[in-house]
Design a protein around this ligand. Structure first.
Ligand SMILES: C[S@@+](CC[C@H](N)C(=O)[O-])C[C@H]1O[C@@H](n2cnc3c(N)ncnc32)[C@H](O)[C@@H]1O
Length: 290
């Protein structure tokens, strides 16, 4: 697999991600003084979905830096913000779409600076940014990248890993081969997808151990996708999800291709017949110094 993320998949996820995200960040921010301006650095930002969710929940950041190494995704941030946030917010930009202003009722609410960079080597004065976000990223990160993220925690900020895949997938009704496929899928998540060997769902246990060692406060909440297959878009989403699983596992060592094909075909027809529901486990994890 290449090290690029599909823009269409990230965009398809946004609605499901938004309803899955937990309240831990909101709860934390509500405890801060109302007068405080809050600044954000969103690493592994993709096409800006975390910022969109934040604004939708009335979490507004004063200065924001969004960093990713994929310029195609970065260049789509402006149109993504516009699609999801208008008419409540207006989005203005410079010519290259990498410096944005978000306005509400003609007042500037946020200035956004978009940077193409490797996130692990990206240098910032992290103490200036109150929220350091990694959304839908933890499970693809190798250990050294998680280590770099933890080093960004300073006295006045929080580190927020949201939508971290926790390895649990449940189909209702189940299929004989679900467990078999999930085992391969979780192993695949721990392979090197071009960023170094990821920890996959084991990253959550790793973070817990690190938090303990570093004496950090840690709060964890569930943020699963629960997809009930009520609307056509659910069908499209679930079909894309199983297709991506099939493609990812097809060339894995040891996989029985006949089982994989049968599992895929059965799921596809169950999705078409609306008989099926999908649960994909995620966790949101908030860390800060004690
Ligand atoms: C699953 S996407 C999540 C995107 C976004 N945060 C969201 O919630 O939709 C993971 C993102 O991490 C980026 N990425 C992965 N490794 C990176 C690295 N070392 N430096 C910068 N970006 C990276 C990919 O380009 C991709 O946009």
């Amino acid at each position: 697999m290449g090290n690029k993320f599909s823009k269409s998949w990230i965009n398809m996820r946004v609605g499901y991600d938004n309803i899955s995200r937990s309240t831990i960040l909101l709860d934390h921010i509500n405890k801060l003084s109302q007068e405080d301006d809050i600044d954000l650095i969103d690493l592994y930002c993709g096409s800006g979905n975390f910022l969109i969710w934040s604004l939708d929940k009335n979490i507004s950041f004063n200065n924001c830096i969004l960093v990713d190494h994929d310029i195609k995704l970065l260049k789509s941030i402006k149109s993504n913000l516009r699609t999801h946030l208008r008419p409540m917010y207006s989005i203005q930009s410079n010519t290259n779409n990498l410096d944005l202003l978000i306005k509400k009722n003609s007042e500037i609410l946020s200035t956004i600076s978009i940077k193409k960079n490797d996130c692990d080597s990206y240098r910032c004065s992290c103490e200036k940014y109150h929220v350091i976000s990694y959304s839908a990223a933890l499970d693809i990160m190798p250990k050294p990248s998680i280590g770099s993220a933890l080093k960004r925690i300073k006295k006045n900020n929080i580190l927020y890993f949201s939508l971290c895949f926790n390895g649990k997938v449940r189909w209702t009704p189940t299929n004989t081969f679900d467990k078999y496929i999930l085992t391969f899928f979780n192993n695949h998540q721990r392979s090197d997808k071009g960023f170094g060997k990821a920890l996959g769902s084991k990253s959550i246990e790793f973070i817990k151990q690190k938090a303990d060692k570093l004496n950090l406060n840690i709060t964890i909440k569930d943020s699963p996708w629960i997809i009930k297959n009520k609307f056509d878009k659910d069908k499209v989403f679930m079909k894309r999800y199983i297709l991506d699983i099939k493609k990812s596992l097809f060339h894995m060592e040891g996989i029985d291709k006949d089982i994989l094909r049968k599992w895929y075909q059965d799921k596809k027809s169950e999705i078409d017949n609306k008989k099926i529901q999908l649960y994909v486990g995620h966790n949101d994890i908030l860390l800060y110094k004690k």
